[in-house]
Design a protein around this ligand. Structure first.
Ligand code: ATP
Ligand code: MG
Length: 431
């Protein structure tokens, strides 16, 4: 037997039963984004590798060990499957001069790729919805983006998602903190792991982000950035918190929240569910005022966030939303050559009127076709045999609609079948 080919590890198929759930999620997302005046942007999945090195930072988990990078064999160009969306979005904004006239609220959705160890809630191909606001100095926009999250959890019917907040200050403040951190970790270097020792001088802040349990106590005792913050940074942080308090949005300040990407400054935040185990962060983001300039644009403030779609869908399914195929309106049953030709025309005619039609394919007896029509969940069967075909008529049989006898079928002319169905649906909706 020919061996089967399997999907790549950590890259999942989303089958129809689940994919219908995704579409519902996407509908909710769209109207939510519209309600905050965000506009779509569609970006390539592949970008030049240097984009991510420069944007995310060389000394980060993503760039050091998670990127799917390759050389384009046709022209030798180093390319990478995008591990996140902000870098590409900012590249596009600069390339097309999008914020020259006015600030922009943008969003994108799609696959991201990271070579991680696959487990529940952690995949090598996963989906994000990303939101970026460029050209706004905040802190009003930071707070608005945070409150957007709260509204979305509500729209999705989710609860138990808690907000964590922190500030990373500005680069000068971080530099002073960094110097303090280095001397602290140097004094305790025997307690560091390999990653920690390697990052001690290149990126000591990253040590605070370590998931190694052996380091947690050391990290707890480390000097805190907040002690280095000047008045402006503190005011920005306070401004964000003020809006959250006014909105009645609870939050916890987590000084260890530093995020896994280098481009952040000032506000950072995460939304964390207690129902997903270790992979509990469903949404993360913050301000990245330096990135536009860092990628070659005119300096511009910005902030944004990204959500993990698989994790949110897992929560939605757990919360017990109903799913399932949405049934069609009409199942077309037919037998005989002339009848089948007429049936195909009738099916298209019904679709012209906006009626959803499942046209039976593959032949079989009337009886077996009627069984399939019943099982399909359709509201009506339209039945066409030689008899009907000769008369230019169809048999219309209600299968589902309340108020009708299930077997009260009738013959109607081909030209009036759409009207008959529409008026039955309307009667039914009114009753
Ligand atoms: P984590 O700490 O879980 O690795 P991260 O800080 O690397 O997350 P971000 O880069 O901030 O994640 O991405 C934003 C969101 O995307 C995360 O909060 C999470 O919901 C989702 N996400 C990140 N990596 C994965 C993955 N490998 N599989 C599924 N979802 C992911
Ligand atoms: Mg990660």
């Amino acid at each position: 037997m020919t061996p089967k080919i399997q999907s790549v590890r950590g890259m999942n198929d989303i089958l129809p039963d689940e994919a219908e759930f995704w579409e519902r999620f996407e509908e909710i997302i769209r109207s939510w984004l519209k309600s905050y005046a965000y506009r779509p942007i569609r970006l390539p999945i592949v970008e030049p590798t240097p984009l991510f090195k420069r944007a995310i930072g060389e000394v980060t988990d993503i760039v050091e060990k998670e990127m799917y990078s390759f050389i384009d064999s046709l022209n030798g160009e180093p390319l990478t499957l995008r591990p996140e969306g902000t870098a590409g979005c900012v590249r596009a904004v600069i390339q097309h001069n999008l914020i020259a006239q006015q600030p922009q609220r943008l969003y994108y959705t799609g696959q991201m790729f990271r070579h991680e160890r696959p487990q529940k809630g952690r995949y090598r191909q996963f989906y994000q919805v990303g939101v970026e606001a460029l050209g706004f100095p905040g802190p009003d926009i930071d707070a608005e983006q945070i409150l957007m999250g709260a509204r979305l959890w509500d729209d999705l019917g989710l609860d138990g998602i808690a907000l964590q907040l922190n500030t990373l200050g500005q680069s000068g403040e971080r530099a002073r903190h960094r110097a303090e951190l280095i001397s602290y970790f140097e004094q305790h270097s025997e307690l560091l792991d390999d990653d920690g020792r390697r990052r001690l001088h290149s990126n000591p802040l990253r040590i605070l982000d370590s998931k190694n349990p052996a380091l947690q106590e050391l990290i707890l005792g480390a000097p805190q950035l907040i002690d280095q913050l000047g008045a402006e940074s503190l005011a920005h942080f306070e401004g964000v918190q003020q809006v959250l308090r006014d909105a009645g949005q609870p939050f916890a300040i987590n000084p260890r929240l530093v995020r896994g990407l280098d481009y952040y400054n000032l506000t950072v935040f995460e939304w964390v569910s207690d129902r997903l185990g270790a992979q509990g962060t469903v949404c993360a983001g913050g301000r990245y005022d330096g990135l536009v300039q860092q990628l070659g644009g005119k300096p511009a403030p910005a902030c944004g966030f990204a959500m993990g779609v698989e994790r949110l869908i897992a929560l939605m399914r757990e919360a017990g939303g109903e799913v399932g195929a949405e049934p069609v309106d009409v199942y077309v049953v037919h037998q005989g050559q002339a009848a089948s030709r007429l049936a195909a025309r009738v099916a298209e005619g019904l679709r012209d009127q906006g009626i959803d039609v499942l046209f039976h394919c593959g032949g079989g007896s009337f009886k077996s076709q009627m069984k399939k029509a019943d099982a399909s969940g359709a509201s009506f069967a339209v039945i066409i045999g030689d008899d009907e075909a000769n008369a230019g008529e169809v048999t219309l049989k209600p299968l589902r609609l309340a108020g009708e006898q299930p077997n009260e079928q009738k013959r109607v002319s081909v030209d009036s079948v759409a009207d008959e169905i529409m008026s039955s649906i309307l009667d039914w909706e009114e009753s």
